[in-house]
Design a protein around this ligand. Structure first.
Ligand SMILES: O=C(O)CCC(=O)C(=O)O
Length: 266
């Protein structure tokens, strides 16, 4: 199964509409792939908080329209990264969209762990409440977004729901690039699953982006890693490798659940 990760540069001088069209062309160019992956909030920029309200769109808004068509034109499964979604009831969400090769929306995952502590996304957006998996013909994907990568229990939940590969779009800052690479590999190794982590490039809202999108196999080997600039990573995934890794080193079967809490010290 061939996957392409498009590490998009978010340049504040490019309009959101222009970027949508440019990225759609990049998706169309990946017609040899089975799965194409885009980063988090690439239309607006993950740190462009001041633009969130203005650029918020309904689930079936402009990004949906352009990306649905791009997926159909290329005939690929498309994880179209995330958008600032405005729910009809009011709240904003950081929502990832996944399209089938027919251009149908098959999953909308609302980011569960919001980043920013007491500002930005953490105060401007509502948290998602549901895990999301997507069954492709060859592999089941588990979805996470950026800051979610720091929460191993989310990925365990996805494994329990059948995930064999994780797709994590991000807008990860360069300042914490070492964490990004380490966490992407850790989530792959501990869950014996592929990790496809796709970040953005460039600098927006004064935050330099890490780039360095990365694909890790279920044994923890790095199959491909991007540099800092806009770049496409193309990798071959072997669904059998997940089964073989889990069969030959069955650590997931040794999980002990429901451990007793520590006794109160005397
Ligand atoms: O956890 C981090 O260091 C970065 C997270 C982040 O930038 C995000 O979730 O948008």
């Amino acid at each position: 199964m061939r996957a392409s990760l498009l590490q998009i540069a978010v340049d504040p001088d490019e309009t959101v509409a222009d970027r949508r069209e440019r990225v759609a062309e990049l998706v169309r160019a990946e017609r040899d792939a089975d799965l194409v992956v885009l980063p988090e909030l690439w239309p607006v920029g993950a740190f462009a908080y001041e633009s969130f309200a203005d650029e918020a769109e309904p689930l079936e808004g402009p990004t949906h329209e352009v990306m649905s068509k791009a997926a159909r034109d290329a005939g690929v499964w498309l994880h179209a990264g995330s958008i600032v979604e405005r729910d009809p009831d009011g709240p904003l969400y950081n929502t990832s969209l996944v399209f089938s090769p027919a251009g149908e929306l098959v999953s909308a995952y609302r980011k569960i762990h919001r980043f920013g502590f007491d500002k930005g996304e953490a105060v401007m957006m509502a948290p998602g409440q549901e895990l999301a998996t997507v069954r492709l013909p060859a592999l089941t994907l588990g979805l996470g977004t950026c800051y979610d990568l720091r929460f191993p229990e989310l990925f365990r939940g996805l494994v329990d729901a059948g995930a064999q590969a994780f797709v994590v779009p991000a807008g990860w800052p360069e300042r914490r690039r070492a964490h990004w690479t380490l966490l992407a590999r850790a989530r792959a190794v501990e869950n014996q699953a592929y990790m496809l982590a796709c970040g953005t490039a460039g600098t927006h809202a004064d935050v330099e982006q890490a780039g360095h999108s990365i694909v890790v196999d279920p044994w923890g080997e790095v199959l491909a890693e991007a540099g800092a600039g806009e770049e496409t990573l193309r990798v071959e995934l072997d669904p059998e490798k997940v089964t073989v890794t889990r069969d030959q080193f069955p650590a997931l079967k040794d999980r002990l659940l429901g451990l007793a809490p520590p006794r109160t010290p005397r």
